[in-house]
Design a protein around this ligand. Structure first.
Ligand code: SF4
Ligand code: SF4
Length: 402
């Protein structure tokens, strides 16, 4: 029997596909639209086309006439759903309340099941993760060693654990170094898994619709932290945090035995309780960029700003669109390598705005944003200094040579 277009979706997603009114409010916010102007890859078109797939194959008329979907239409749809950065702002502004940040990955999964997706190098991810534990094909022995601060103790067992994440470990090392320096400055005992044990959180597989390895990865990680007596798992990568908070319980099969905490939440609590002291000031005008999976994903918007406001002398300014409406940096949805030009063009919109607003530095809190915004500055006349939030904090606390 042929696979249907509805069997891979839940009641919520099917209701959402029906609910779209084609009002096109989402088009005004979509970053891919902003840089390509191609309506065929817009949120409303993706939903309209998918609805058409269902109609063509599952309606009474379809059963009588036995219509098929042209192969090219399926291929074009697959490309459109993978070209999206899954930033989710379309869902945020959607009057019908469609949770697009969740819907798009499930439509991607459907196209993977049909043998049409994923796209480009994404297809190699499962094999690469199986072999190395990370999607970048990097040696596990290099996961911590190149950036880990000297004289930092890692407890064998502790109630707090730090998960580095693959993108931070291999592509945004100042960021994860900053995280560890801040945990050290707070003075708590924390544990970490060994380099070969800290495997991918599963997000790149989830987001590209390749879900086969997820259960194994999640169970392996959750059980490893449970065996260390962990009660709070601290992480700075918004995609990892999102995956852990929203999807790990499903793949683990029950509630997690620990809480998931974003590093800015942990740092803010320490600042408020006096465990983390910021004695030096910084006379700078900072602009903070909300990562899609941190703001829209898990609602962490206030904490990073409160951390920045706790630095004496800092003037915090905002992008035109911030918080739940923030614009994607271009790096999301595992699309940054396959649709590189889109990603660079989107990142440059943030660079332009940060320059226009006279920011001394653009503060980021996501390793993918860090990598992409840096990359987008190459051969671009406008420049803004970028810094990760914990990198900045550690610079202030330990001095420039942290
Ligand atoms: S998730 Fe973001 S990139 Fe994808 S369609 Fe929606 S607004 Fe556009
Ligand atoms: S805003 Fe929502 S209802 Fe309107 S076209 Fe976009 S997805 Fe459909």
């Amino acid at each position: 029997m042929k696979r249907t277009f509805t069997e891979g979706l839940g009641r919520k997603e099917l209701a959402e596909i029906k609910a779209c009114t084609q009002c096109r409010e989402c088009l005004r916010y979509c970053p891919v639209q902003e840089v390509t102007g191609r309506v065929e890859i817009s949120p409303s078109e993706k939903i309209r086309i998918y609805r058409d797939f269902i109609e063509r194959t599952e309606s009474l008329r379809a059963l009588i006439t036995g219509r098929d979907i042209p192969e090219q239409l399926l291929k074009d749809f697959t490309r459109a759903v993978f070209e999206c950065t899954t930033c989710g702002v379309c869902g945020e502004v959607c009057p019908a309340g469609i949770d697009t940040q969740r819907l798009w990955p499930l439509l991607r999964r459907e196209m993977v099941k049909r043998g049409l997706g994923p796209v480009g190098g994404q297809a190699e991810m499962p094999e690469v993760i199986r072999n190395t534990g990370n999607p970048y094909n990097q040696p596990p022995s290099e996961r911590y060693r190149p950036w880990f601060p000297d004289e930092t103790e890692i407890a064998e067992k502790a109630e707090v654990a730090y998960y580095v994440g693959c993108t931070g470990a291999y592509q945004a090392q100042p960021m994860v170094r900053g995280d560890v320096l801040i945990l050290k400055a707070i003075g708590i005992e924390f544990t970490m898994l060994k380099e070969e044990e800290e495997v991918c959180c599963g997000f790149p597989l989830f987001i590209t619709g390749q879900h086969e390895l997820l259960e194994g990865l999640v169970k392996r990680l959750v059980d490893a932290y449970k065996n260390k007596g962990v009660k709070e798992l601290v992480c700075s990568c918004p995609c990892c945090v999102n995956m852990m908070a929203k999807d790990w319980p499903f793949y683990y099969g029950k509630e997690l035995p620990f809480k998931i905490v974003h590093v800015t939440q942990y740092a803010l609590k320490a600042i408020k309780t006096g465990k983390l002291r910021i004695d030096h000031g910084l006379e700078e005008r900072l602009i903070y960029h909300d990562p899609c999976y941190l703001s829209r994903g898990v609602g962490v918007i206030k904490e990073p700003r409160d951390v920045l406001r706790s630095i004496p002398g800092v003037e915090l300014i905002e992008f035109d669109r911030w918080g739940r409406l923030s614009r994607c940096c271009g790096a999301g949805g595992a699309a940054r390598k396959v649709f590189h030009d889109n990603a660079v063009a989107i990142a440059r919109l943030s660079i332009d705005e940060a320059c226009h607003r006279g920011a001394d530095r653009l503060v980021l809190s996501c390793p993918a944003c860090y990598e992409k915004v840096n990359d987008a500055m190459k051969d671009y006349p406008k420049k803004v200094r970028i810094v990760d939030i914990m990198e900045l904090l550690s610079e202030i606390i330990y001095g420039q040579n942290a």
